[in-house]
Design a protein around this ligand. Structure first.
Ligand code: TXA
Ligand code: MG
Length: 337
């Protein structure tokens, strides 16, 4: 169905309108602290089906369910380990998704047939108001077309979802900029499935953290992965992206001798003035880089870049999340200098 997609703000009537759409089984683009989400009633099969259709998402990739608060946990999941409660106390609401055994109230389509579901309690005020006013818990993947970089502004969502959903709530740029940290639990340990703003170091104060191998290594065809999202090449801009690892000087030397038609550099801010080929810098600190990464990848699409050489980020803190997303954008192509 083709919609005349409305751009809403965060005024009382606009939030009420968005909440009503969701209560009526529709899909709405909503801001969260990480990236924009494509939200619908997680308990309504038909509504969740519309999310998969709007995104063009493979049916075997499960959705995260967004709750209002920790008190709802036991209604949706069971066998919750003690560490999960401790983590929730410290990090929820916030950019943390915990994969836990689901109860049957969560339809199979939401969890893509798995017997677990990812649970997250967002802190973005607009997301919280929409959850509260709709009276629903929200299934919400990132609001990009499947395979595109995640959206960090309402305009990014509009570019991907125009005509596909009835409304988008504009809550400004997402402060974190990369999707939530996804974890599961095994034998008293935490398994990191997707790095995010909440780092392995912070998690390790609660239990031993196993960093899943597929955070930095490509899955080969048919290989078993612990999180379906690891199978897909994500976040790919139309350009071919190559990561260049090594010092800033080596990076500059490399890009300055590899210029050409449609070739761009993606340096740190501090390297930008030394680039003699066109470039879009993506920040200096891991936090800045997380906040800018997806917007910069989308900008390369807009200008028709054919080849992008990106300087490899530091992997400290949220830097590991930036590296993980960039690796996927690059199809795991890294040149070490
Ligand atoms: O920050 C976020 O998490 C954003 C905002 C909107 O909340 N959402 C998001 O959703 O990034 P999505 O669908 O784009 O990514 C969810 C990831 C996928 O890689 C999926 O495979 C994984 O989480 N996932 C979801 N449920 C899972 C489960 N039960 N077991 C393992 N992995 C799961
Ligand atoms: Mg996504």
């Amino acid at each position: 169905m083709a919609y005349d997609t409305k751009l809403l703000g965060t005024s009382e009537p606009d939030i009420a309108y968005a909440a009503k759409l969701i209560a009526d089984g529709k899909v709405v683009g909503i801001p969260t602290e990480t990236v924009y989400g494509l939200a619908a009633d997680a308990e309504n099969e038909e509504a969740v089906r519309k999310i998969f259709e709007a995104k063009g998402r493979p049916q075997d990739n499960p959705l995260i369910v967004h709750l209002a608060d920790v008190s709802q946990l036991e209604y949706y999941v069971h066998d919750i380990p003690n560490i999960a409660y401790k983590l929730a106390e410290k990090f929820c609401p916030g950019p943390l998704t915990m994969v836990l055994p689901k109860r049957s109230i969560i339809p199979d389509i939401t969890s893509a047939g798995l017997d677990t579901v990812g649970i997250r309690i967002p802190y973005h005020p607009a997301a919280r108001r929409i959850i509260a006013e709709s009276g629903k818990v929200l299934a919400a993947p990132s609001a990009n077309l499947s395979g595109s970089p995640s959206p960090t502004t309402a305009m990014h969502v509009m570019n991907d979802m125009k005509g596909r959903i009835p409304a988008i709530v504009d809550g400004g740029s997402c402060p974190v900029g990369v999707e939530s940290t996804v974890i599961s639990f095994e034998n008293g340990k935490i398994r990191l499935l997707r790095p995010g703003f909440i780092s392995a170091d912070e998690l390790s104060e609660f239990a031993e953290v196993i960093c899943d191998r597929h955070i930095t290594e490509a899955a080969v065809d048919g290989e078993q992965v612990r999180s379906p999202g690891m199978k897909y090449k994500h976040y790919s801009p139309k350009a071919n992206v190559t990561i260049i690892s090594g010092s800033g000087d080596k990076f500059i030397e490399y890009v300055n001798s590899h210029g050409g038609n449609g070739v761009y550099a993606m340096p740190f801010d501090d390297d930008a003035e030394k680039c003699r080929i066109p470039c879009i810098p993506y920040g200096n600190t891991p936090e800045e880089q997380a906040a800018k990464l997806f917007a910069v990848l989308r900008e390369f699409d807009d200008i028709g870049a054919k080849q992008v050489y990106a300087r490899c980020p530091s992997v400290n803190g949220v830097g590991l999340a930036v590296y993980n997303r960039l690796l996927r954008a690059a199809g795991f192509e890294v040149i070490a200098l």
